[in-house]
Ligand binder design. Sequence first.
Ligand code: T4K
Length: 360
Amino acid sequence: MILVTQPFLPPQEDYQKYLDGIWNRKWLTNMGPLASQLEMDLKAYLGIKHLLFVTNGTAALQMAIKALELKGEIITTPFSFVATTSSIVWEGCTPVFVDIEKDSLNIDASKIEAAITEKTSAILATHVYGNPCDVVAIEKIAKKHNLRVIYDGAHAFGVKVNGKSIFEYGDISTCSLHATKLYHSIEGGFITTKDPELLKKLAYIRNFGIAGFDSFSELGINGKNSEFHAAMGLANLQHIDKIIEKRRALTTHYDEKLKNLKAVRPLWHKNSENNGAYYPVVFETEELLLKIVERLKGAEIGTRRYFYPSLATALPYLEPTEMLVTDAISKRVLCLPMYYDLSFEEVDLICRLMLRVQNN
Ligand code: T4K
């Protein structure tokens, strides 16, 4: 059985080492020493100044919206995981969808201005599959219209754009450290911002708004994460370079083996490098996609239609909106197996089966 993804696990004794310390200290959560260590190590690894380790990538988005005090409409992409949109609705704002670019599959910055109204407060864009959005164009639009920017960087761990960490862009960026991500802490996420005042506010929000033993600074929530999750994050961070390297090698291998496939890969940002978070292909037709999914399933090979259907049509709590490019792409996009333990021989098998379906 080949799954669409599988978490990386460090050698068990590496994790055990951290557990011994937890047992000695009996400090399990609430910004413990391992959570603080993880924050420091992540900042050093990513080359960023501020970062908060939180419960998960969804809570990170919700806390970002709360901290920026966003109201009214938030412009966003219909081509993402449901959490990007649901966090907007959960925070009492209205998502306004802007279609994606057919090549990068990210929000089409050239269409954002037309969607701005007097109610727009922010842009929330996803770096889909870790491929950076047009951050320069988005920043320009945001400045011109006095909007805040949040980037959902759930897929973008380790990505740099224009020579700096992708988490340096926007007012706030978020990341998911879920078990299915290339780097994970079982469940988890983080929030980054360059603004120290905003960081302080986010830290209060993460801890119920508590400002001291007997005072509160604002409305907060429980957005903390535990020492056990931090321990997994610390243990996995020791292996991050080889994880990304292997995923990049698998990506190159797929590219090579699938060069005759009637499908395209997303066009990558020219000043960035693929972190190998996913291996998406966009087929010429949905018919070919469905045949391939069936054939691979028959061989016990898992795939996922990340992201189908479009968030602009799929959610029962929103009026459906037609988005020409997203609707066309989401029907034809498929993510193939991608994870550290996947072998090159398994990729050969997957590609052989796919090409056989196409050529029959
Ligand atoms: N923004 C974006 C753009 C996101 O993609 C996500 C999450 C978020 C925000 C929110 O972040 P979090 O709140 O999740 O931190 C998965 C993940 O649950 C989700 O984190 C992720 N995006 C999304 C793209 O994928 P499912 O429902 O497809 O996962 P599931 O359980 O079907 O697992 C996929 C495959 O992984 C399975 O074939 C089995 C394998 N697997 C999974 C788990 C959990 C394992 O082998 N071991 C495991 O422990 O959503």
